[in-house]
Write a protein that binds this ligand. Structure first.
Ligand SMILES: Cc1ncc(C[n+]2csc(CCOP(=O)(O)OP(=O)(O)O)c2C)c(N)n1
Length: 273
């Protein structure tokens, strides 16, 4: 159970990350919206996907919470690279961004710089890239998030790679084939992968195949690939925040991710089995 104080903190952090993501996509000036918005404050050419950003921020804040609660070694691979505004926003909020890029200060001037530099010549790319603090995955070409996550945990028994996969990316050939990598995972010697399907129903604006499937069909599909599916969904953000922690715990327990290294030898089964 998540207490009310933690809930309020999570929600405030999520909203701040959403603001910083929206600002990178849309704002050229007036970064804190202290003045009424005028056309010259808006970028003339918009890049970066707003539609994926709140979901990525939600996953990010709840993964941070999970790490604090369990002290597990978890890192994130973000398939929707066009969600860079969300990932950059989180690294800025954490303080990592200003550490690496001192020009992007943690004040109003820095926020303006953060917004202006996004997808601008001489600034930063519109996708998660090598410039993004902590990034090992280039998000520009869809399809490789899950294989990178599996590759990262081979021979690292204590590592968990959480991997966000867009439902559009899930339709690419490489990603559709990547689910099978779980068959190469040795539970005793390797770490674990926690795939998180960002099922927002659309690839940019077109419908997705997984988005057209009913929950029981999705469950059966993932079961056939070797995974147990857990759903976190809703329209009320506070309600969604409450649903995350028990789902994490269930997913972590079922896949043996909670176990200590010396217990891993007992993990004879594949995660999810
Ligand atoms: C291999 C490849 N094909 C096409 C694209 C163009 N593209 C960029 S984002 C996108 C949609 C991705 O959909 P999804 O993963 O669901 O992300 P979301 O719509 O939530 O942003 C497409 C087709 C690409 N980047 N890479």
């Amino acid at each position: 159970m998540i207490n009310e104080q933690t809930l309020a903190g999570l929600h405030a952090y999520w909203q701040a990350a959403n603001y910083l993501a929206a600002g990178q996509i849309y704002l050229l000036d007036n970064p804190l919206m202290k003045e009424a918005l005028r056309p010259e404050h808006i970028k003339p050419r918009l890049l970066g996907h707003w539609g994926t950003s709140p979901g990525l921020n939600l996953i990010y804040v709840h993964l941070n919470r999970l790490i604090k609660d369990t002290d597990a070694d978890i890192f994130l691979i973000c398939g929707p690279g066009h969600g860079a505004p969300a990932i950059v926003a989180n690294t800025y909020l954490e303080g990592t961004y200003a550490e690496l890029y001192p020009k992007v200060t943690e004040d109003e001037a820095g926020i303006k710089q953060l917004f202006r530099q996004f997808s601008t010549p001489g600034g930063i790319p519109s996708h998660v890239s090598a410039h993004t603090p902590g990034s090992i995955h280039e998000g520009g070409e869809l399809g490789y998030a899950l294989v990178h996550a599996f590759g990262a945990v081979f021979d690292h028994p204590d590592l968990i790679a959480a991997c966000v996969i867009g439902d559009g990316e899930a339709e690419t050939g490489p990603l559709a084939g990547s689910w099978k990598s779980i068959n190469f995972l040795n539970p005793a010697r390797d770490g674990a992968v926690l795939p998180i399907l960002h099922l927002n129903g659309y690839k940019i604006s077109g419908p997705t195949v997984l988005g057209r499937m009913a929950d029981d069909e999705l469950e059966q599909f993932f079961d056939s690939q070797g995974y147990q599916a857990y759903f976190v969904e809703g329209t009320d953000p506070l309600d969604v925040h409450r649903k995350w922690p028990p789902r994490w715990i269930a997913a972590m327990s079922v896949s043996g991710l909670y176990r200590k290294p010396h217990e891993k030898a007992n993990r004879a089964k594949r995660p999810g089995r």
